[in-house]
Design a protein around this ligand. Structure first.
Ligand SMILES: Nc1ncnc2c1ncn2[C@@H]1O[C@H](COP(=O)(O)OP(=O)(O)OP(=O)(O)O)[C@@H](O)[C@H]1O
Ligand SMILES: [Mg+2]
Length: 298
């Protein structure tokens, strides 16, 4: 039987920061191989910093990221890029580049001067563009696209890289609801068909519960909770991590936890507005006291 290589990704005692400011403090995590992991947490808690460090774009000041058990810092860039792909939160494209050219760049780590562009590269690019629904805009410059179209092109580029580990930082940003679900369903397809390990950052907690096998909730550069959606998305954890009062109910479609924020100004749509009913009651009481009858009372 063929001996399949299983890629693994983990972090051990990570500390990461910018200049003198430490953002991630002593963080250790093991990303489950062949599963979909979703990282959630408030703005600025360190999600993108963690993802970039896992992809070797940032160097930790302490601890290490382990790719297949080896420190990622010791692995050559090209080798990292054939095992692990990252879609950053705000990627930038070279000016004037077309959609097809940008997606094709996802193949660069796999081509060398002795291994020219091949039919397999063409096929990988076409497949990535088909699954992200960008074939029709293949010849258009990136700068002229809408935010959602551009986001799908970046996802196509990450897919064209055909790595076993895929890290995506808020891949559904800018997408309408239909395209959000298409992208998330596509990631599930990739995960199921090819056993790919997928890590994504999402702000939509309901989508995190629907699509994540494993959830990591971050707070202030550390892991506040980790486990399956039911273990992580509880009223207590959401209050602790986001400072938001919520009710958790079962998602009527999937049965996974569904977060319903309480908010400060919410009233039930089916309730009699308190102010109207109390005003009506006061009016009726006053009318009765004065011996006044409405026409219908006669
Ligand atoms: N290049 C940088 N230089 C200096 N500070 C940075 C840099 N990038 C991020 N930070 C700071 O690090 C902290 C964590 O940022 P990070 O981008 O990791 O947050 P995040 O959890 O991804 O937030 P969001 O949900 O808004 O994307 C923030 O305080 C941010 O201002
Ligand atoms: Mg971020």
């Amino acid at each position: 039987m063929e001996n399949l290589v299983e890629h693994s990704l983990a972090a051990d005692g990570l500390a990461v920061g910018y200049d003198q400011r430490e953002i991630i403090h002593d963080l250790s995590v093991r990303i489950p191989t062949g599963k979909i992991t979703v990282i959630v947490g408030a703005n600025a808690c360190g999600k993108s910093t963690l993802l970039k460090t896992m992809a070797r774009l940032l160097k930790p000041s302490r601890g290490s990221v382990l790719l297949d058990g080896k420190s990622i810092q010791s692995i050559p860039t090209r080798e990292v890029a054939t095992k692990l792909g990252l879609l950053p939160q705000s990627p930038t494209a070279p000016e004037g580049i077309t959609v097809a050219d940008l997606v094709g760049r996802g193949r660069y780590p796999r081509t060398r001067w002795i291994r020219q562009w091949s039919k397999a590269d063409d096929e990988a690019v076409a497949a990535a563009m088909t699954s992200t629904d960008v074939l029709e805009i293949a010849d258009r410059p990136i700068d002229e696209l809408s935010g959602g179209q551009r986001q799908r092109v970046w996802i196509a580029m990450a897919l064209a890289q055909e790595t076993d580990i895929l890290l995506l930082d808020e891949p559904t940003t800018f997408l309408d609801l239909t395209h959000q679900f298409e992208v998330l369903d596509l990631l599930v397809d990739l995960n199921k068909q090819d056993d790919r390990t997928i890590v994504l950052v999402l702000h939509d907690l309901n989508q995190a519960c629907r699509f994540g096998d494993h959830l990591i909730a971050m707070k202030d550069g550390a892991i506040a909770a980790e486990g399956n959606p039911r273990e992580v998305i509880t009223e207590e954890v959401v209050q602790d991590v986001f400072g938001l009062g919520v009710k958790i109910v079962p998602d009527p479609v999937a049965g996974t936890p569904m977060v319903v924020p309480i908010g400060r100004h919410t009233t039930r749509a089916d309730a009699q507005p308190a102010s109207v009913s109390s005003a009506a009651a006061a009016l009726a009481a006053s009318a009765a006291a004065n011996g006044v009858c409405r026409p219908t009372d006669r």
